[in-house]
Ligand binder design. Structure first.
Ligand code: BGC
Length: 737
């Protein structure tokens, strides 16, 4: 027996003796002790093999057959650290957890993770849409709903939020984040972390959050997935890292390493991002999980020779848990014995994972009580949050001649033709990564419109057109229907699986068959309202002139057609504004509002199209009009440490109540590092009744709001001129020495 084992068994003997004599439980089982004390006690009792098992994640689930439960869990080592859990009831979890608690020496509970991205069962709008609401409180509420449904169903940990700044609409995963702007991603990241985690992770309706995909995944070249990303350290710090820093400050427990190669060092093997920045500078004390099989994929990326090498590279870089890669369980022990992985690093990694498990209260409450679906899912208050959020996400892009809201005069006099591939496609309205969402939970568009316009209009339904392909066989009959109508509502856009992971499109225009359908319906000579559900920005230049109104409803989740029906009728006044730029053409990509300044701002433009977007970041119409007062600053010259307030009044000068979001931008005309044309630093949304005036304020802390960051992550504030900008106004501000 080697020395370590002798000491280990002496220690175990002592532990047993003290338990017997003092009738004391091991310290780590004492819930009254601080987490760190419990972690250290437990770690001190673990063998290397037990420690390494904690560093692995396999999958479990989608097998509810009683007779097969045993089969499903038999293959999995009882001492594994974590499982991705695919069931929507906790029985299988509890059975597996029982093995961990009772069949292992130390009874360390597993942590069960799942992709609860925009809802567990009560699916709400996709993240890109959520950001268009500019309502962080609604997003926080929606995430809290998802957390409750998940935790009560056996999930302790969600792989969300995704906060990858994304500027390429071809990339399918643009739908999963909060758009093109670092500040917007940071703000909604904080809201969702707060919603998922709440104040007490032990609560039976909260889950641990996971910031992903760390980092720079959104910079995928040509919009392709999993590929190389070219990101200088400067851009890393000023564009891709800020949402992560905000999420860590908000207390996010975990981070997921990304698939992309960051300028020569893949995210999952990147010591700079995972250790130097995340742990050393930001002091994150939770853990990093790899993306699915990202550790062995280091081989495909050319960053590791084989799976053993991949384990060494990823683990030493700072990646604690291997999701489905099967590299850590196979090789870490050998790597420790060979001396290329240190025991200190193993202990640090295990400590991080145990810490999160203790914080979640898993040692005290390892099992999930079995609750009936109606006690967890689709509760009226959960559906109400989803509906409210979906309403606020809707962006009115065009409303020529104020055709919306529709004002039908009575069923006998007004006829509305409702068409397009989305008509009978509830599943598509759920969007991608829809958890346990079901098509039958989605409020159908037809039903919503029938209720909304009951007694006020005669509705004619005719899908008329597929999502894609070249089947135009229904065009002629659709045109007949269109000719009988006073107005046409065309529900078009994308299927749910055209965006999300591994869902790249080479063009972001509507598919040809849909554009052709709109052109065909134009022949009826009736006003056309185009209503879009999609998972990315679209390039609409070819169809925009054919439409009198365009409504971006996004993929709303279970509220389905109800929110947009409210917008069409005027029951809901649209208040969404774009979180992402809509270009005129795919060729403009990447396009984003916060591009750095050009050497010749008036030149270098496209020859064939205007170089401006079709709809810019922050754009969105309302049924009312808002008049902005003069932008003012409480002081026009301050020192770096002095705060000031910018303020503007906004009056609803229209006839109906509405809500306005004020976006506060700053610009720095000259700096030792070039900066974007303008940078969003604050936003606020307020309801404003017709005739009412509200004051919007931005409390400026120069060091926080005007400073910039260099390629080494150092924040600095230079004295000189800055501008505060709202709408078309800008006011100069001087920072003096
Ligand atoms: C995705 C992640 C997801 C993980 C687990 C991966 O393929 O990139 O976003 O969290 O799978 O399902």
């Amino acid at each position: 027996m080697d020395k370590r084992k002798i000491i280990g068994s002496l220690f175990m003997g002592f532990a047993f003796f003290s338990v017997a004599v003092n009738a004391q439980q091991p310290l780590y089982k004492n819930a009254t002790l601080p987490v760190e004390e419990r972690v250290n006690d437990l770690l001190g009792r673990m063998t290397l093999e037990e420690k390494i098992l904690q560093l692995n994640q396999y999958t479990l689930g989608r097998n509810n057959n009683e007779n097969n439960l045993g089969e499903a869990i038999k293959q999995i080592p009882a001492g594994i650290g974590s499982l991705i859990y695919f069931d929507e009831t906790p029985e299988l979890r509890n059975a597996m957890q029982k093995r961990a608690m009772e069949e292992t020496r130390l009874g360390i509970p597993l942590i069960f993770g799942y992709d609860v991205i925009h809802g567990f069962r009560t699916v709400y709008p996709i993240s890109l849409a959520q950001a268009c609401s500019w309502s962080t409180s609604l997003v926080e509420d929606a995430c809290a709903t998802a957390a409750m449904e998940a935790r009560k169903s056996g999930v302790d940990w969600t792989f969300s939020p995704m906060i990858d700044v994304a500027r390429d609409g071809r990339w399918g995963r643009i739908s999963e984040g909060y758009g093109e702007d670092p500040y917007t991603n940071a703000a909604f990241c904080v809201a969702s972390v707060n919603g998922y985690q709440g104040d007490d992770l032990k609560s039976s309706d909260r889950v641990a959050a996971c910031l992903k995909h760390y980092v720079g995944y959104g910079a995928s070249e040509a919009g392709m997935d999993y590929v190389y990303t070219e990101i200088s350290n400067q851009t890393l710090w000023d564009t891709y890292l800020p949402p992560y820093e905000a999420g860590i400050k908000a207390g996010a427990q975990t981070v997921m390493s990304s698939f992309n190669d960051i300028s020569g060092t893949p995210g999952s093997g990147n010591h700079y991002t995972m250790t130097e920045i995340l742990k050393n500078r930001w002091k994150h004390d939770g853990f990093v999980v790899s993306d699915w099989s990202a550790v062995p994929q280091l081989i495909a990326q050319g960053a590791a020779a084989d799976s053993k090498d991949a384990a060494r590279v990823a683990f030493n870089a700072g990646l604690e848990m291997d999701m489905m890669g099967r590299c850590y369980d196979k090789h870490l022990e050998t790597l420790v014995k060979e001396g290329t992985v240190s025991m200190e690093r193993i202990d640090d990694a295990v400590r991080r994972i145990l810490r999160v498990k203790f914080r979640l209260g898993l040692f005290e409450n390892p099992y999930t009580p079995v609750a009936k679906p109606e006690e967890r899912f689709l509760l009226p208050q959960s559906k109400a949050v989803a509906e409210r959020l979906a309403e606020e996400c809707i962006v009115l892009l065009k409303n020529e001649g104020g055709i919306l809201p529709l004002q039908p005069e009575g069923a006998s006099t007004t006829t509305i033709a409702v068409m397009g591939p989305l008509l009978d496609a509830e599943k598509e309205l759920l969007g991608n990564w829809n958890g346990h969402g079901r098509a039958e939970d989605v409020y159908p568009i037809k039903k919503a419109l029938q209720e909304e316009f009951a007694g006020r209009a005669n509705l004619l339904f005719h899908a008329g057109c597929p999502f894609d392909g070249d089947d135009e066989s229904q065009f002629a009959s659709a045109l007949e229907v269109a000719r009988q109508a006073d107005v046409l509502l065309l529900f078009m856009g994308e299927r749910h699986n055209w965006s999300g992971e591994n869902c790249v499109r080479s063009t972001i225009e509507l598919p040809d068959v849909q554009s052709a359908f709109i052109a065909e319906m134009k022949k009826a000579g009736k006003p056309i309202v185009l209503i879009l559900a999609n998972g990315r920005p679209l390039a609409l230049s070819n169809v925009e002139p054919l439409c009198d109104a365009i409504v971006e409803m996004w993929q709303p989740g279970v509220p389905g057609g109800k929110p947009v029906a409210g917008v069409l009728s005027g029951r809901v006044n649209p208040s969404g504004k774009l979180s992402v730029t809509f270009p005129r053409a795919t060729g403009q990509i990447p396009i984003y509002y916060n591009r750095r300044k050009s050497a010749r701002p008036e030149s270098g433009k496209y020859q064939d199209i205007p170089s401006t977007p079709l709809y810019e970041f922050g754009y969105g119409l309302s049924y009312t009009h808002f008049a902005y007062g003069d932008l003012s600053l409480s002081k026009s010259s301050v020192s770096a440490g002095e705060k000031l307030v910018a303020q503007i009044s906004v009056t609803n000068v229209g006839k109906c109540d509405g809500a306005e979001t004020v976006h506060w931008f700053i610009s720095d005309p000259a700096c030792r590092i070039t900066r974007p044309n303008k940078e969003l630093k604050h936003f606020e949304k307020q309801p404003i009744k017709a005739g009412e005036t509200k004051i919007f304020r931005f409390e400026i802390d120069p060091m926080r709001d005007l400073s910039f960051v260099d390629a080494d992550g150092q924040h600095f504030l230079e004295p000189g001129e800055y501008y505060v900008m709202v709408g078309g106004q800008k006011v100069k501000l001087e920072i003096h020495e």
